[in-house]
Design a protein around this ligand. Structure first.
Ligand code: SF4
Length: 341
């Protein structure tokens, strides 16, 4: 007899990545070390729940450094900033703390290295995304941004024998591959990143949702409309044949999505807090009577250290730091009442 109870498969890995954990830890620790208000350039990560929570604790978010009073603490978001923004902060006498994800910094350094030896850099990514703007700012005269295979087919470079490509960290792996194929056909000597620029968290979440889309009629991706990797998860699920929706919270779930009575997959972008995911899971179970099962593809054990200067200040002021990355440790401790695959 087939089991009539539909299953909610909860993807793992999902939600917060090491870069997001670190960025939030930096803001929280800066609030404890320096006291509020602490200014943050841009949303620290693209999630309004995270931003609202930090705002309540005393963080002030702005996209305009001229709003930050001289001498104040300003934190650069996980997406990274261009050298012009760093310069502006210095010139205005701000105390800057950098929450740029180390995997974004790696891409900035690749851009700089190629620009120094006169190579034209094709940056594959979404030109209006804040991460791409930051990377572009490293060497604007040497970088061209390409968003689609059609653009890759027509992009002009100074010298076709001296070309490299780098990518945004949160692209769709499959879409990026299609663009890179065009670039390789046009520029056979093109230099590639030594290791993928699309980060481990993006790849793992996409791989998991792709698998889930094979066993679920509907996929719910919990994340913000501004989150690049959450939007890519929806696209990956749709490309794999499932119906998929981006939801910000449990209230966005529409009963008709579950009306077919089939299995549902739930995942979350890298900037989505776990309590929001859990509320969505509970709501689906309430609406559709689903049984929850974890669907884990890989274990993630990545952690990034906090900035040394923040740790030193915490020590100087007697602020407790905790053992490494507090948020990641807390996440590892979350238990689910679920059967594991
Ligand atoms: Fe870093 Fe990837 Fe997380 Fe972005 S999604 S913060 S690049 S680990």
């Amino acid at each position: 007899m087939p089991d009539p109870q539909p299953v909610l498969y909860l993807a793992a890995p999902r939600g917060f990545c090491a870069g997001v954990d670190r960025a939030i830890d930096i803001v929280e620790m800066a609030l404890r070390v320096y006291g509020p208000p602490v200014w943050v350039r841009h949303e620290i990560v693209h999630n309004r729940h995270v931003v609202d929570d930090l705002r309540r604790k005393g963080a002030v978010f702005t996209d305009d450094l001229t709003e930050v009073p001289a001498g104040a603490v300003v934190i650069f978001s996980a997406h990274g900033v261009s050298p012009a923004v760093r310069r502006e902060a210095r010139e205005r006498g701000l105390k800057a703390l950098d929450a740029t994800c180390p995997l974004v910094t790696k891409v900035h350094l690749e851009a700089l290295r190629h620009a120094k030896d006169g190579t034209t850099i094709v940056l594959v990514g979404h030109r209006h995304h804040v991460e791409v703007q930051g990377t572009l700012g490293e060497a604007p005269e040497s970088i061209v941004v390409v968003e689609t295979p059609a653009e890759a087919d027509t992009v002009e470079v100074r010298d076709p024998s001296r070309v490299a490509y780098i990518t945004q960290t949160t692209l769709s792996v499959d879409d990026c591959r299609a663009i890179v194929e065009v670039l390789k056909r046009r520029f056979p000597a093109i230099r590639e990143p030594a290791k993928d620029d699309i980060c481990y968290a993006t790849q793992n979440r996409q791989n998991a949702v792709k698998e889930l889309s094979r066993r679920c009629a509907a996929i719910l991706v919990v994340g913000a409309p501004a989150s690049s990797n959450a939007n890519r998860l929806v696209e990956v699920a749709k490309a794999a044949g499932a119906q998929a929706w981006l939801i910000e919270s449990a209230e966005d779930i529409r009963p008709e999505w579950l009306a077919g009575g089939g299995n549902v997959g739930v995942t979350a972008g890298a900037s989505t807090p776990e309590d929001i995911v859990q509320a969505c899971v509970a709501h689906v179970c309430e609406l559709g009577g689903h049984r929850v099962e974890a669907f884990r593809l890989v274990e993630e054990r990545v952690m990034f250290p906090l900035p040394g200067e923040l740790l030193s200040m915490a020590k100087e002021k007697g602020v407790e730091v905790g053992a490494g990355n507090e948020r990641a440790a807390a996440r590892a401790a979350v238990e689910f009442p679920v059967k594991h695959h």
